[in-house]
Design a protein around this ligand. Sequence first.
Ligand SMILES: *Cc1c(COP(=O)(O)O)cnc(C)c1O
Length: 358
Amino acid sequence: MNRVYNFSAGPSMLPEPVLKKAAQEMLNYQGSGMSVMEMSHRSKTYMSIIENAEALLRKLMHIPDNYTVLFLQGGASQQFAMIPMNLMSKNKKADYIHTGNWSKKAMAEAKLYGKINIAASSEDKNFSYIPDNYAFSPDADYVHITSNNTIEGTAFKRFPDTGSIPLVADMSSHILSEEIDVTKFGLIYAGAQKNIGPAGVTVVIIRNDLIGKHEENTPIILRYETHAKNRSMYNTPPCYSIYIAGLVFEWLDELGGVKAMEAINREKAKILYDFLDESKLFSTPVNPRDRSLMNIPFVTPSDELNDKFVKEAAKAGLSTLKGHRSVGGMRASIYNAMPIEGVKKLVAFMKDFEMDNR
Ligand SMILES: *Cc1c(COP(=O)(O)O)cnc(C)c1O
């Protein structure tokens, strides 16, 4: 089988040039005589790989010097726990904006460390929108948002103003997809397997004044301070995932950076949303104002037709369009690495399907 257009929500597509380069370098990385997977993480060669990855990420996101970049393990889910462990030390209180499945999991961990206030929620309408009326606690240690909701297909278009309270964002499913102002955040985190690289590495971008505020009984391995002091080398980092992430950053940089990527992403999403808006068979439940550029859920009027669509699309080389088990229907995840041709092919297929199934 040829390579397919893979609409998986994660792990998801990687840019083909990145996979080709990794294949070329698999057995013998730049004359080192070994694969990156076999190399000491303390070797000069590997040090230059991780340093290069960090430098490129800093360049792509315009990360200022007063922020530390960490490459950690444990996924975004581990950050759900590390954030309260490390940041909830002053008032033992945090505000969460509840926008779906992932914010729910984030809150479940935070509740183990202190008091959680739901500053706003879109649960009343099945998380189909982003709330914009917030009731923040003046004494919250931080405010947490899930800036792109992978399952529900919503995204914050404006970030809440939290004043002097640090804003923490789970950007797992849209980091590097559009320009954001890092200085608005105290901490940004993202698991790699959507827009950065292979699973196994999690990027944390933390403002330096928030490092070292953990509770005394916080395990050493779970302190931001530990990883910041050791430049993500306290223990063996996820070496190969970081290497691939570095190649993805290079690819993005050569493409013109996040600004250029954002323009392509807007074009890709518009093609699909325009069709969904005019279609008489397909529709999307998401509030138009809050639509994600990355994850686009959609349905037909019946479960039978949904199943038929997913099966027939797969046969046509449009893979993994089944929606998340909690919402059903379909979902197209069109991350950075999804070429515009993939979206065009999907929409052409949807048009044909609509003609045949009216
Ligand atoms: C995928 C995802 C997660 C979970 O990531 P893991 O790496 O599996 O822990 C958390 N938050 C968001 C927004 C996600 O899309």
